[in-house]
Ligand binder design. Structure first.
Ligand code: ATP
Ligand code: MG
Length: 177
């Protein structure tokens, strides 16, 4: 199965984010149900590994916090903008949680994540979008800010890749103190 660790987002926040969709011809907006903040992508594992991952995540101790999304950013690949996202504000507890998860997963045998943690919520895949259109949209939404939300758990999701969108299933929630 294909796994990743993420923060599920409350309905209220997902509705606000879904409300940003539109105005970028060719963008593939993430359906509201799929909006999340990835803490660690795991990828394909055997079920015995999934069990070890679950054990490791269950042992993570970290505190709850308020999550604030503010600002819009993009990821590029090979000189093309591929992804449009909402930025999570700097947050010590979020970073701490992410580090704890990283350490736990390495102990469970996962190879270290090499990429720096850049907390974000993917809004759309935009690899088919003319850059000028995208730049205009990003500029128009640069002051985006959502009400802070309380984060009281993190979640191990499975992901089934589909033709249009992946289907994510929350497998286990882990409480934060
Ligand atoms: P698709 O790949 O079909 O576009 P998806 O990216 O929504 O679907 P997954 O590929 O299963 O679904 O990814 C699940 C989550 O993990 C997403 O938030 C994705 O951005 C993130 N992710 C996927 N691959 C990586 C990776 N190599 N490094 C970091 N995060 C990743
Ligand atoms: Mg993917």
């Amino acid at each position: 199965m294909r796994l990743f660790v993420a923060l599920a987002l409350p309905d209220s926040l997902r509705l606000v984010l879904a409300g940003l969709a539109g105005g970028v011809p060719g963008a593939r907006w993430v359906p509201a149900a799929n909006l999340h903040l990835t803490l660690r992508f795991i990828g394909e594992v055997q079920s015995w590994q999934a069990q070890e991952i679950d054990d490791a995540l269950a042992a993570v101790r970290s505190r709850g916090f308020e999550l604030s999304l503010a600002g819009i950013g993009t990821f590029e690949s090979a000189g093309r903008v591929t992804t449009l996202w909402a930025r999570a504000e700097r947050n010590e507890r979020l970073s701490h949680l992410q580090q704890k998860i990283e350490t736990a997963l390495q102990r469970a045998g996962m190879a270290p994540e090499r990429r720096r943690f850049a907390p974000h919520v993917t809004l759309a895949r935009v690899d088919q979008v003319p850059e000028a259109k995208l730049a205009r949209w990003v500029q128009a939404h640069s002051l985006f800010r959502a009400e802070p939300v309380l984060v009281e758990h993190f979640t191990l999701f499975s992901s089934q890749l589909g033709k249009e969108f992946a289907v994510y299933t929350p497998e286990v929630d882990y409480a934060l103190a």
